[in-house]
Write a protein that binds this ligand. Structure first.
Ligand SMILES: *[C@@H]1O[C@H](CO)[C@@H](O)[C@H](O)[C@H]1NC(C)=O
Length: 360
Protein backbone atom coordinates (compact mmCIF):
# COMPACT_ATOMS: atom_id res chain seq x y z
CA UNK A 1 0.00 0.00 0.00
CA UNK A 2 2.76 2.36 0.92
CA UNK A 3 4.41 1.42 -2.33
CA UNK A 4 1.28 2.32 -4.27
CA UNK A 5 0.97 5.62 -2.45
CA UNK A 6 4.53 6.56 -3.12
CA UNK A 7 4.56 5.61 -6.75
CA UNK A 8 1.02 6.28 -7.91
CA UNK A 9 1.96 9.83 -8.85
CA UNK A 10 4.75 8.52 -10.96
CA UNK A 11 2.62 5.94 -12.67
CA UNK A 12 -0.12 8.36 -13.52
CA UNK A 13 2.57 10.59 -14.99
CA UNK A 14 3.83 7.66 -17.00
CA UNK A 15 0.33 6.74 -18.16
CA UNK A 16 -0.38 10.29 -19.14
CA UNK A 17 2.77 10.42 -21.19
CA UNK A 18 1.96 7.20 -23.01
CA UNK A 19 -1.56 8.36 -23.75
CA UNK A 20 -0.47 11.76 -24.94
CA UNK A 21 2.41 10.52 -26.99
CA UNK A 22 1.80 7.06 -28.35
CA UNK A 23 5.02 6.95 -30.35
CA UNK A 24 7.24 7.91 -27.44
CA UNK A 25 8.82 4.51 -27.24
CA UNK A 26 9.54 4.10 -30.90
CA UNK A 27 11.60 7.29 -31.02
CA UNK A 28 13.49 7.78 -27.80
CA UNK A 29 13.83 11.51 -27.27
CA UNK A 30 17.48 11.40 -26.37
CA UNK A 31 18.37 10.07 -29.73
CA UNK A 32 16.03 12.10 -31.83
CA UNK A 33 17.96 15.26 -31.25
CA UNK A 34 19.69 15.78 -34.50
CA UNK A 35 17.27 15.89 -37.35
CA UNK A 36 18.78 15.61 -40.77
CA UNK A 37 16.05 17.81 -42.16
CA UNK A 38 16.88 21.10 -40.55
CA UNK A 39 15.21 23.80 -42.55
CA UNK A 40 15.55 26.70 -40.18
CA UNK A 41 18.02 29.57 -40.33
CA UNK A 42 21.52 28.59 -41.31
CA UNK A 43 24.60 30.04 -39.76
CA UNK A 44 27.27 30.54 -42.35
CA UNK A 45 30.28 29.73 -40.27
CA UNK A 46 32.55 29.23 -43.23
CA UNK A 47 32.29 32.96 -43.74
CA UNK A 48 33.72 35.50 -41.34
CA UNK A 49 32.78 35.23 -37.69
CA UNK A 50 32.19 38.95 -37.41
CA UNK A 51 29.19 38.50 -39.65
CA UNK A 52 27.71 36.28 -36.95
CA UNK A 53 28.01 38.82 -34.18
CA UNK A 54 25.14 40.66 -35.74
CA UNK A 55 22.89 37.62 -35.65
CA UNK A 56 22.85 37.35 -31.87
CA UNK A 57 22.24 40.08 -29.35
CA UNK A 58 24.22 40.48 -26.18
CA UNK A 59 22.76 38.69 -23.15
CA UNK A 60 21.71 40.83 -20.20
CA UNK A 61 24.36 41.06 -17.47
CA UNK A 62 24.31 38.63 -14.57
CA UNK A 63 26.06 38.44 -11.22
CA UNK A 64 26.32 36.41 -8.04
CA UNK A 65 23.86 36.99 -5.23
CA UNK A 66 25.12 37.25 -1.66
CA UNK A 67 26.30 34.04 -0.05
CA UNK A 68 27.93 32.62 -3.18
CA UNK A 69 31.36 31.14 -2.72
CA UNK A 70 32.96 33.57 -5.16
CA UNK A 71 32.12 37.16 -5.76
CA UNK A 72 34.50 38.73 -8.27
CA UNK A 73 37.36 38.07 -10.62
CA UNK A 74 37.57 35.58 -13.45
CA UNK A 75 38.08 32.09 -12.06
CA UNK A 76 40.47 29.57 -13.51
CA UNK A 77 39.02 26.24 -14.54
CA UNK A 78 40.68 24.47 -11.59
CA UNK A 79 39.38 26.91 -8.96
CA UNK A 80 37.31 25.24 -6.24
CA UNK A 81 33.64 26.08 -5.80
CA UNK A 82 32.77 26.13 -9.49
CA UNK A 83 29.79 24.48 -11.13
CA UNK A 84 31.00 22.83 -14.35
CA UNK A 85 28.61 22.56 -17.29
CA UNK A 86 29.44 20.92 -20.64
CA UNK A 87 27.44 21.69 -23.80
CA UNK A 88 28.17 21.03 -27.45
CA UNK A 89 28.21 23.91 -29.92
CA UNK A 90 27.49 23.18 -33.51
CA UNK A 91 26.17 25.08 -36.45
CA UNK A 92 22.66 23.70 -36.42
CA UNK A 93 22.07 23.96 -32.68
CA UNK A 94 24.01 27.11 -31.85
CA UNK A 95 20.83 29.05 -31.21
CA UNK A 96 19.66 26.35 -28.82
CA UNK A 97 23.00 26.20 -27.01
CA UNK A 98 23.02 29.98 -26.51
CA UNK A 99 19.46 29.91 -25.16
CA UNK A 100 20.45 27.09 -22.78
CA UNK A 101 23.39 29.10 -21.42
CA UNK A 102 21.19 32.20 -21.12
CA UNK A 103 18.58 30.27 -19.14
CA UNK A 104 21.18 28.78 -16.81
CA UNK A 105 22.65 32.20 -16.02
CA UNK A 106 19.29 33.81 -15.53
CA UNK A 107 18.03 31.29 -12.98
CA UNK A 108 21.27 30.66 -11.13
CA UNK A 109 21.87 32.22 -7.74
CA UNK A 110 25.60 32.16 -8.42
CA UNK A 111 26.08 32.62 -12.20
CA UNK A 112 29.65 33.89 -11.78
CA UNK A 113 30.49 30.53 -10.23
CA UNK A 114 29.53 28.55 -13.32
CA UNK A 115 32.22 27.40 -15.73
CA UNK A 116 31.08 26.33 -19.19
CA UNK A 117 32.91 23.73 -21.23
CA UNK A 118 31.91 24.04 -24.89
CA UNK A 119 32.64 21.10 -27.19
CA UNK A 120 33.07 21.96 -30.86
CA UNK A 121 34.04 20.02 -33.96
CA UNK A 122 33.73 22.38 -36.83
CA UNK A 123 35.06 25.77 -35.99
CA UNK A 124 36.12 27.96 -33.13
CA UNK A 125 33.13 29.86 -31.81
CA UNK A 126 35.01 31.53 -28.99
CA UNK A 127 34.63 35.07 -30.33
CA UNK A 128 30.93 34.66 -30.85
CA UNK A 129 30.30 33.24 -27.36
CA UNK A 130 32.36 35.98 -25.76
CA UNK A 131 30.44 38.65 -27.64
CA UNK A 132 27.08 37.28 -26.51
CA UNK A 133 28.17 36.65 -22.89
CA UNK A 134 30.99 39.14 -22.18
CA UNK A 135 31.72 37.91 -18.64
CA UNK A 136 31.15 34.22 -19.13
CA UNK A 137 33.63 31.75 -17.64
CA UNK A 138 34.22 29.25 -20.41
CA UNK A 139 36.62 27.23 -22.41
CA UNK A 140 36.16 25.79 -25.91
CA UNK A 141 37.37 22.26 -26.57
CA UNK A 142 37.96 20.86 -29.99
CA UNK A 143 36.51 17.38 -30.31
CA UNK A 144 38.24 15.62 -33.20
CA UNK A 145 35.58 13.79 -35.23
CA UNK A 146 38.25 11.25 -36.24
CA UNK A 147 38.20 9.87 -32.70
CA UNK A 148 34.79 8.34 -33.31
CA UNK A 149 34.70 8.22 -37.10
CA UNK A 150 35.50 4.51 -37.29
CA UNK A 151 33.35 3.67 -34.28
CA UNK A 152 30.09 5.14 -35.49
CA UNK A 153 27.82 2.63 -37.15
CA UNK A 154 24.97 3.64 -39.40
CA UNK A 155 21.88 4.40 -37.40
CA UNK A 156 18.17 4.61 -38.17
CA UNK A 157 18.51 8.34 -38.49
CA UNK A 158 21.46 9.81 -40.28
CA UNK A 159 21.45 12.71 -37.84
CA UNK A 160 22.41 10.38 -34.98
CA UNK A 161 25.71 9.67 -36.68
CA UNK A 162 27.02 13.20 -36.05
CA UNK A 163 30.41 12.84 -34.37
CA UNK A 164 29.70 15.64 -31.89
CA UNK A 165 26.81 13.55 -30.60
CA UNK A 166 29.48 11.24 -29.18
CA UNK A 167 31.59 13.95 -27.52
CA UNK A 168 29.85 13.22 -24.20
CA UNK A 169 31.67 9.87 -24.13
CA UNK A 170 34.97 11.71 -23.94
CA UNK A 171 34.33 14.43 -21.35
CA UNK A 172 36.63 12.72 -18.87
CA UNK A 173 39.50 12.98 -21.37
CA UNK A 174 38.68 16.37 -22.85
CA UNK A 175 38.20 18.32 -19.62
CA UNK A 176 41.12 19.23 -17.37
CA UNK A 177 41.98 16.49 -14.84
CA UNK A 178 41.18 18.95 -12.02
CA UNK A 179 37.50 18.94 -13.05
CA UNK A 180 35.96 16.28 -10.83
CA UNK A 181 32.29 16.60 -11.74
CA UNK A 182 30.40 17.95 -14.72
CA UNK A 183 26.80 18.43 -15.75
CA UNK A 184 26.34 17.43 -19.38
CA UNK A 185 23.45 19.14 -21.16
CA UNK A 186 22.01 18.86 -24.66
CA UNK A 187 21.55 21.98 -26.77
CA UNK A 188 17.78 21.84 -27.06
CA UNK A 189 16.78 22.64 -23.52
CA UNK A 190 16.35 25.47 -21.04
CA UNK A 191 16.96 25.38 -17.30
CA UNK A 192 14.33 27.22 -15.27
CA UNK A 193 15.72 26.60 -11.81
CA UNK A 194 19.04 27.12 -10.03
CA UNK A 195 21.49 24.71 -11.64
CA UNK A 196 23.35 24.71 -8.33
CA UNK A 197 20.64 22.39 -7.02
CA UNK A 198 21.27 19.85 -9.78
CA UNK A 199 25.00 20.24 -9.23
CA UNK A 200 24.80 19.35 -5.56
CA UNK A 201 22.75 16.18 -6.16
CA UNK A 202 24.34 13.23 -4.41
CA UNK A 203 25.43 10.45 -6.73
CA UNK A 204 26.20 8.10 -3.86
CA UNK A 205 28.64 5.52 -5.15
CA UNK A 206 27.42 5.90 -8.74
CA UNK A 207 29.35 7.48 -11.58
CA UNK A 208 26.46 9.15 -13.34
CA UNK A 209 23.11 10.54 -12.29
CA UNK A 210 20.06 11.12 -14.50
CA UNK A 211 16.29 10.84 -14.28
CA UNK A 212 15.30 7.21 -14.92
CA UNK A 213 12.19 6.03 -16.79
CA UNK A 214 11.46 2.52 -15.64
CA UNK A 215 8.07 2.33 -17.40
CA UNK A 216 9.73 2.52 -20.84
CA UNK A 217 10.16 -0.85 -22.54
CA UNK A 218 13.89 -1.31 -22.16
CA UNK A 219 14.16 -4.27 -24.52
CA UNK A 220 13.19 -2.08 -27.47
CA UNK A 221 16.49 -0.27 -27.34
CA UNK A 222 18.35 -3.39 -28.51
CA UNK A 223 17.92 -5.81 -31.37
CA UNK A 224 16.59 -9.37 -31.13
CA UNK A 225 20.08 -10.44 -32.11
CA UNK A 226 21.40 -8.82 -28.94
CA UNK A 227 18.81 -10.38 -26.63
CA UNK A 228 19.19 -13.85 -28.14
CA UNK A 229 22.96 -13.79 -27.68
CA UNK A 230 23.57 -14.57 -24.01
CA UNK A 231 27.22 -13.62 -24.32
CA UNK A 232 26.07 -10.06 -25.04
CA UNK A 233 22.78 -9.66 -23.18
CA UNK A 234 24.36 -11.35 -20.16
CA UNK A 235 25.91 -7.96 -19.47
CA UNK A 236 22.59 -7.00 -17.84
CA UNK A 237 22.39 -10.03 -15.57
CA UNK A 238 22.06 -8.96 -11.96
CA UNK A 239 20.97 -5.48 -13.03
CA UNK A 240 17.56 -3.89 -13.38
CA UNK A 241 18.26 -1.40 -16.14
CA UNK A 242 15.86 1.41 -16.97
CA UNK A 243 15.86 3.84 -19.85
CA UNK A 244 17.42 7.20 -19.14
CA UNK A 245 17.91 10.22 -21.35
CA UNK A 246 21.56 11.05 -21.95
CA UNK A 247 20.76 14.71 -22.62
CA UNK A 248 20.95 15.61 -18.93
CA UNK A 249 23.58 13.82 -16.86
CA UNK A 250 25.62 14.60 -13.77
CA UNK A 251 28.94 12.82 -14.17
CA UNK A 252 31.59 12.01 -11.57
CA UNK A 253 34.67 12.38 -13.76
CA UNK A 254 37.05 11.02 -11.13
CA UNK A 255 35.22 7.71 -11.00
CA UNK A 256 34.80 7.73 -14.78
CA UNK A 257 38.52 8.15 -15.34
CA UNK A 258 39.41 5.64 -12.65
CA UNK A 259 37.23 2.86 -14.10
CA UNK A 260 37.89 3.88 -17.70
CA UNK A 261 34.27 4.03 -18.85
CA UNK A 262 35.22 5.58 -22.18
CA UNK A 263 36.92 2.33 -23.17
CA UNK A 264 33.87 0.34 -22.09
CA UNK A 265 31.62 2.48 -24.25
CA UNK A 266 34.02 2.14 -27.17
CA UNK A 267 34.05 -1.62 -26.73
CA UNK A 268 30.27 -1.74 -27.21
CA UNK A 269 30.55 0.52 -30.23
CA UNK A 270 33.03 -1.91 -31.74
CA UNK A 271 30.69 -4.83 -31.09
CA UNK A 272 27.88 -2.84 -32.69
CA UNK A 273 29.92 -2.39 -35.87
CA UNK A 274 30.18 -6.16 -36.24
CA UNK A 275 26.95 -7.48 -34.76
CA UNK A 276 24.30 -4.77 -35.01
CA UNK A 277 22.99 -4.88 -31.46
CA UNK A 278 20.99 -1.62 -31.56
CA UNK A 279 19.53 0.84 -34.06
CA UNK A 280 20.19 4.18 -32.42
CA UNK A 281 23.26 6.35 -31.99
CA UNK A 282 25.07 7.38 -28.84
CA UNK A 283 22.42 6.34 -26.30
CA UNK A 284 22.58 2.50 -26.31
CA UNK A 285 26.25 2.25 -25.25
CA UNK A 286 25.35 4.37 -22.21
CA UNK A 287 22.46 2.05 -21.43
CA UNK A 288 24.77 -0.95 -21.81
CA UNK A 289 27.42 0.42 -19.50
CA UNK A 290 25.33 2.31 -16.95
CA UNK A 291 21.79 0.88 -17.14
CA UNK A 292 20.66 -0.10 -13.65
CA UNK A 293 23.71 1.57 -12.14
CA UNK A 294 22.77 5.21 -12.21
CA UNK A 295 21.85 7.58 -9.42
CA UNK A 296 18.20 8.51 -10.05
CA UNK A 297 17.69 12.25 -10.24
CA UNK A 298 14.29 13.91 -9.80
CA UNK A 299 12.27 13.96 -13.04
CA UNK A 300 11.88 17.70 -12.75
CA UNK A 301 15.41 17.95 -14.16
CA UNK A 302 14.49 16.48 -17.51
CA UNK A 303 11.01 17.24 -18.77
CA UNK A 304 11.91 15.69 -22.11
CA UNK A 305 10.12 14.95 -25.36
CA UNK A 306 8.89 18.50 -25.97
CA UNK A 307 10.22 18.35 -29.53
CA UNK A 308 7.48 15.88 -30.32
CA UNK A 309 7.98 12.77 -32.33
CA UNK A 310 8.99 12.34 -35.92
CA UNK A 311 5.61 13.35 -37.25
CA UNK A 312 5.90 17.02 -38.00
CA UNK A 313 3.47 19.20 -36.15
CA UNK A 314 2.96 16.97 -33.15
CA UNK A 315 3.10 18.77 -29.82
CA UNK A 316 3.77 17.28 -26.41
CA UNK A 317 2.45 18.31 -23.05
CA UNK A 318 4.50 18.54 -19.89
CA UNK A 319 4.57 15.48 -17.70
CA UNK A 320 2.81 16.15 -14.40
CA UNK A 321 5.00 17.37 -11.59
CA UNK A 322 7.41 20.23 -10.97
CA UNK A 323 9.68 21.50 -13.72
CA UNK A 324 13.30 22.61 -13.43
CA UNK A 325 14.44 21.83 -16.96
CA UNK A 326 12.50 21.78 -20.24
CA UNK A 327 13.96 19.57 -22.96
CA UNK A 328 12.84 19.74 -26.60
CA UNK A 329 14.14 16.28 -27.44
CA UNK A 330 12.49 14.79 -30.47
CA UNK A 331 12.67 16.06 -34.00
CA UNK A 332 10.86 19.39 -33.52
CA UNK A 333 12.90 22.32 -32.25
CA UNK A 334 11.25 25.40 -30.72
CA UNK A 335 13.31 27.90 -32.73
CA UNK A 336 12.31 26.30 -36.03
CA UNK A 337 8.65 26.10 -35.08
CA UNK A 338 8.60 29.69 -33.80
CA UNK A 339 10.26 30.88 -37.01
CA UNK A 340 7.76 29.00 -39.11
CA UNK A 341 4.91 30.61 -37.13
CA UNK A 342 3.63 27.16 -36.20
CA UNK A 343 4.84 26.80 -32.62
CA UNK A 344 3.66 24.29 -30.09
CA UNK A 345 2.14 25.90 -26.98
CA UNK A 346 5.17 25.11 -24.82
CA UNK A 347 7.58 26.68 -27.31
CA UNK A 348 6.54 29.99 -25.76
CA UNK A 349 8.55 28.92 -22.70
CA UNK A 350 11.72 28.69 -24.80
CA UNK A 351 11.30 32.02 -26.60
CA UNK A 352 12.35 34.34 -23.71
CA UNK A 353 15.83 32.76 -23.72
CA UNK A 354 16.41 33.14 -27.45
CA UNK A 355 19.24 35.56 -28.23
CA UNK A 356 19.10 35.22 -31.98
CA UNK A 357 17.68 37.62 -34.47
CA UNK A 358 18.39 41.04 -33.01
CA UNK A 359 21.23 43.08 -34.39
CA UNK A 360 22.90 45.32 -31.87
C1 LIG B 1 8.79 -4.80 -25.13
O1 LIG B 1 9.35 -4.79 -26.42
C2 LIG B 1 9.65 -6.06 -26.91
C3 LIG B 1 10.40 -5.90 -28.21
O2 LIG B 1 9.83 -4.97 -29.05
C4 LIG B 1 8.37 -6.86 -27.05
O3 LIG B 1 8.64 -8.15 -27.55
C5 LIG B 1 7.69 -6.96 -25.68
O4 LIG B 1 6.45 -7.58 -25.81
C6 LIG B 1 7.50 -5.57 -25.09
N1 LIG B 1 7.03 -5.71 -23.72
C7 LIG B 1 6.02 -5.00 -23.23
C8 LIG B 1 5.70 -5.23 -21.80
O5 LIG B 1 5.39 -4.20 -23.90
Amino acid sequence: MLWILRFSGFFSAAMMMVVLSPSFQSFPPAEAIRSSQIDGPRFHLSQSESHLQFSFRKAPPFGNAGGCSRSRGKPGVCDPGLVHVAITLDVEYLRGSMAAVHSILQHSRCPDSIFFHFLVSETSLETLVASIFPNLNFEVYYFDPNIVKDLISTSVRQALQQPLNYARNYLADLLEPCVARVIYLDSDLVVVDDIGKLWSTSLGKKTIGAPEYCHANFSKYFTDRFWSNKRLSGTFSGRQPCYFNTGVMVIDLVKWRHVGYTKRIEKWMEIQKKERIYELGSLPPFLLVFGGHIAPIDHRWNQHGLGGDNVRGSCRALHPGPVSLLHWSGSGKPWLRLDSKQPCPLDALWAPYDLYGYSS
